[in-house]
Design a protein around this ligand. Structure first.
Ligand code: ASP
Length: 433
């Protein structure tokens, strides 16, 4: 295939053109035009992906469960998945803590910039704080209660309830197996065809990806740059060390931790894996949403990497909701950065508290843009760092959100390949998109 016909190049093209257009628009007063006439294409693209996510999870998980010869495999797979998810998250947080303690980006923030930032983001902080308060009011077992919906349609009507959808689909799949082959045939055939239809629709939506990404990127740049690009640049400079610390941590986790996971669990070459999921990583970066990217992650992992549907249809939706290595790493760096900038020291016990709370906070964060910074409030409260401190990092959060989302998605896909390899549920695939 000629290179420019490959999906990931087309998406990269959309990203670059969006960036260029966004900068031109911010300079020439075309910001409103961009918001009114270009951004909607990005919004439609994200809506389409979200639209297909619930039917995709239902159909593919039911097909997956009914294909399992032995239901006990499901609980074994579930145990492995959750185990690797938690271990990689704790490693991610430790990497973040290591970098932030060595590089000390908080000490590099000038005092006057700190005061300015606090003043300009005052109102935004109050909003985030309110959302986090609601989470803090909940009981310890509420997250488990939340997995069980009282009404299926209510669960399926909100993409934030993906775990509930997973729960219902597994229940349905198990029910279908129990009624015997003959009676189940009609349902199995139905979900099988529905699954094929949904996959075709994902293919159609992906044709729209370059334009969608162009719309998302240009709108984002216009929002970030506002009317004064020099102000945006000075913000980037002031928070440069902090951003670099997060980025270094993310890169280390991406290229080293996942590589080790591959060495332990899979025969697949790590470079081949990265190549196979490129489009999903790029979409995670462009949309800042693991949930919206889910249909593409599932498609790439199955089509390009040969993972069987029984595994991907379970591991990936659960991962998009609970496994966020990039987010947890960022939360660790951000919490210590804020403490450093405010002149507060964090002792060993407090850093350990960060490991625990950032793990829980990343599990609790939804796969949508900006969820990580809301849950960061919980981490800050646990170590007695003033919540107002998030004003210091809000200005650049969207950029880091793009990067951490790409890592979140890569983490889900890496664990998916690892579980599939260890369960012998992966095919050798020689051609890739
Ligand atoms: N945007 C991230 C995601 O969807 C969550 C976060 O804000 O960190 O994975």
């Amino acid at each position: 295939m000629v290179w420019y016909k490959k999906l990931h190049w087309q998406i990269i093209g959309g990203l670059i053109l969006g960036l260029v257009w966004g900068l031109i628009a911010a300079q020439t007063g075309l910001g409103t035009f961009t918001s009114n006439f270009i951004k909607p294409f990005g919004t439609i693209f994200v809506y389409l992906l979200e639209l297909i996510a619930v039917p995709l999870v239902i159909a593919s998980l039911i097909v997956g469960v009914t294909n399992l010869s032995d239901i006990r495999k499901l609980s074994r797979m579930g145990g492995k998945t959750i185990g690797i998810y938690i271990v990689t998250t704790v490693i991610a947080i430790s990497i973040g803590l290591l970098y932030v303690n060595v590089l000390k980006p908080g000490k590099a923030l000038p005092v006057e910039t700190r005061e300015q930032l606090k003043e300009s983001y005052k109102d935004n902080v109050a909003d985030r704080n309110k959302s986090a308060e609601e989470v803090l009011q909940r009981g310890p077992l509420d997250p488990i209660v939340d997995i069980v919906p009282r009404n299926f349609f209510a669960a399926a009507s909100n993409n934030a309830n993906m775990l509930q959808v997973v729960f219902v689909a597994i229940l349905l799949g198990i029910g279908i197996i129990q009624i015997g082959k003959e009676k189940a045939k009609v349902l199995i055939d139905f979900f099988d065809s529905l699954n094929d239809v949904v996959i075709k629709i994902v293919d159609m939506i992906m044709k729209f990806a370059p334009l969608g990404v162009f719309g998302l990127m240009s709108a984002l740049i216009v929002d970030l740059a506002g009317n004064d690009i020099s102000q945006a640049i000075s913000l980037l400079k002031a928070l440069g060390w902090y951003m670099l610390t997060v980025i270094l941590g993310l890169a280390t986790h991406l290229f080293i931790t996942y590589q080790v996971v591959f060495k332990v669990f899979s025969k697949m070459k790590f470079s081949r894996f990265l190549k196979g999921i490129r489009p999903a990583m790029l979409l995670g970066f462009s949309t800042s949403s693991s949930a919206a990217t889910l249909p593409v992650t599932m498609e790439q992992v199955e089509k390009n990497l040969g993972v069987h549907e029984e595994v991907s249809s379970f591991v990936l939706p659960v991962g998009a909701t609970v496994n966020m290595d990039g987010t947890s790493l960022y939360q660790a760096v951000a919490a210590v950065f804020i403490a450093q900038a405010l002149g507060l020291g964090l002792d060993f016990m407090q850093q350990l508290t960060i490991v625990v709370t950032a793990t829980l906070a990343s599990i609790g964060a939804a796969g949508v843009p900006g969820a990580g910074i809301i849950m960061l409030v919980i981490v800050l409260k646990a170590v007695n760092v003033p919540v107002e401190g998030i004003a210091l990092i809000l200005g650049v959060d969207r950029i880091l959100d793009m990067l951490r989302t790409a890592v979140n998605i890569t983490g889900d896909a890496a664990v998916c390949v690892a579980v599939a390899s260890s369960e012998n549920k992966i095919e050798e695939i020689t051609t890739q998109e």
